[in-house]
Design a protein around this ligand. Structure first.
Ligand SMILES: *[C@@H]1O[C@H](CO)[C@@H](O)[C@H](O)[C@H]1NC(C)=O
Ligand SMILES: *[C@@H]1O[C@H](CO)[C@@H](O)[C@H](O)[C@H]1NC(C)=O
Ligand SMILES: [Zn+2]
Length: 508
């Protein structure tokens, strides 16, 4: 059979099966309202790009602790607050005080915006989290254009913050503004929490969320974050989990001062030899963690989950190539993704006190500190992991009969986050993605740690979803960060379609 014809027959069959099965009803055609909203967004896309340009022009860098940058951040938050007020939202710019820096300097923390639009008890309330601060950027770092002048080249909008996270915040606002401009009722009640310190560790955010739990957040049903990326260039994703992290420091000390290997070499338990043995006992050459019990709490893989990995679009060769890696530990897409997302990993980061310069210095370091961390997955628990790591290192160390002193501490313990993807908002987002992009999303997790999702889940105890808009090559935090015009505009439509789907689910 002609392959094209074959495909047609297959898709026709699939379509009939869908109709027959009834389990997956095909998404309904866009309603008249949705069509008008989409049309509005298309017609006004240059205005939406223009606002993004104005926002990118503000150097809202929260990383460099410089007073004039803090002023820019405050100005950025004021711009956003104004924009939300123009939409008719009630806006509270919450002053959260000052940031104390290690050098004694204090700097103001930009206000956190809490805004709301609509409080109809018959509608679900969706709260959008975003941030308007950015990573530092200078043209000399290798930008082809001025990082703070949004510049369009071949449909790509280059500028610091374009994708992380000003573009997605504006896409949500654009979606709301389309309903407002068409004088249509918003399908859901909308809330915003927008901060300006995300890139600096979300200083003051958790405390504010706790404080507002029974007030601002009491009516919130769902939380949406759009601060990560798709895992490829053209296919949208929906993200339901992130790994946690527990960071360890293991110190081996003989004395504070270093030794000469000519004078002491041969008669000492050398701290570095102890440390290398300790670090060498953590993980084997296939990436398997050797700490007893560490895999006990890892959630078992279900058949349903296995299928989700199979459906994901990832060009492994391209990924390997662009990462300049000859060979990964695993050969299949499924294994690679599972080991990034749903299994723990242990990485050794460095040794403090080691001789790390060029040349041949014959030193015996007197005191060294090894650093490693474990990315955690459901249902691992930081306090259990801490105990297991300490026990393991003590056991290995005791076998060496060393007279040195070993101290182990966990300096960071962040729990993993995972959402229930059967939740209404995941269902609504999937339908909205189908409507706008004509495809099922890649169901992704993130191998890194994004504490904010878990914080919202723990404190507010409501469903959290990550709905990214940017493509995999957007270069967040990097030189030549961009968002594609297509992603930005279709992303605005996606949020609008999502509001309508949420409202429909409420009625069912
Ligand atoms: C982690 O384990 C400890 C000790 O077993 C327990 O007290 C704690 O509640 C657990 N934490 C979580 C988040 O499950
Ligand atoms: C440590 O000491 C024990 C008992 O003194 C001895 O049996 C063992 O071989 C020693 N181990 C090492 C690595 O030196
Ligand atoms: Zn971000």
């Amino acid at each position: 059979m002609d392959p094209k014809l074959g495909r047609m027959v297959t898709s026709l069959l699939a379509y009939l099966l869908l109709l027959e099965g009834g389990m997956f009803s095909p998404s309904p055609p866009p309603s008249g309202l949705l069509e008008r909203v989409f049309q509005f967004i298309d017609l006004h896309q240059n205005e939406f790009v223009q606002i993004l340009k104005e926002w990118v022009a503000v150097e809202s860098d929260s990383v460099q602790p410089v007073p004039h940058l803090r002023q820019e951040l405050v100005r950025m938050m004021a711009l956003a607050a104004d924009k939300l007020r123009c939409l008719g939202a009630s806006v509270d710019s919450v002053d959260t005080g000052f940031q104390q820096l290690p050098d004694g300097q204090t700097l103001p923390i930009p206000p956190i915006i809490l805004a709301e639009l609509g409080n109809d008890p018959k509608k679900p309330t969706v709260c959008f989290y975003g941030h308007l601060d950015v990573q530092p950027a200078r043209q000399e770092d290798g930008w082809l254009t001025d990082p703070y002048t949004l510049t369009e080249v071949d449909g790509k909008l280059y500028g610091r913050g374009a994708t992380d996270n000003k573009g997605p915040v504006l896409a949500w606002i654009n979606a709301v503004s389309a309903f407002r401009a068409l004088e249509e009722d918003l399908p859901v009640n909308i809330k915003f929490i927008i901060e300006g310190m995300e890139e600096a560790g979300s200083v003051a955010l958790e405390e504010l969320v706790r404080k507002e739990k029974d007030r601002f957040f009491s009516s919130v049903d769902y939380i949406v974050i759009s601060d990560n990326l798709w895992i490829n260039q053209g296919k949208p994703a929906l993200t339901y989990g992130t790994r946690g992290n527990s960071y360890f420091r293991v110190e081996v000390k003989c004395r504070d001062q270093d030794f000469h290997s000519g004078t002491f070499g041969g008669i000492l338990h050398e701290p570095m030899a102890d440390l290398v043995a300790l670090l060498g006992s953590l993980v084997d050459s296939s990436g398997h963690i050797l700490i007893p019990g560490i895999y006990d709490q890892v959630a078992p893989l279900t058949e349903e989950e296995r299928k989700m990995y199979k459906a994901i679009d990832l060009d492994l060769e391209e990924y390997r190539h662009s990462s300049h890696v000859k060979k990964f530990l695993f050969d299949t897409k499924e294994e690679i993704l599972m080991h990034l997302w749903r299994y723990p990993s242990l990485s050794i980061h460095g040794i403090e006190g080691a001789f790390d310069e060029p040349g041949a210095k014959t030193v015996i370091p007197g005191r060294v500190i090894g650093k490693f961390s474990i990315r955690l997955v459901p249902h691992m628990n930081t306090s259990v992991v801490e105990k297991q790591v300490k026990q393991h290192l003590e056991h290995i160390f005791s076998k060496r009969n060393s007279s040195n002193q070993m101290t182990v501490s966990m300096t960071l313990g962040l729990q993993p986050w995972m959402a229930n993807i059967k939740d209404n908002q995941y269902l609504a987002a999937k339908r909205a993605i189908k409507t706008v992009f004509g495809t099922e999303p890649d169901m992704t997790r993130d191998g890194s740690t994004i504490p904010i999702a878990r914080i919202f889940q723990d404190i507010i105890q409501k469903s959290v979803m990550m709905l990214p808009l940017g493509a995999v090559d957007d270069g967040e935090h990097s030189q030549n960060e961009k968002i594609n015009r297509w992603n930005y505009i279709e992303g605005s439509k996606l949020f609008a379609a999502f509001f309508l789907e949420m409202a429909k689910l409420r009625l069912q």
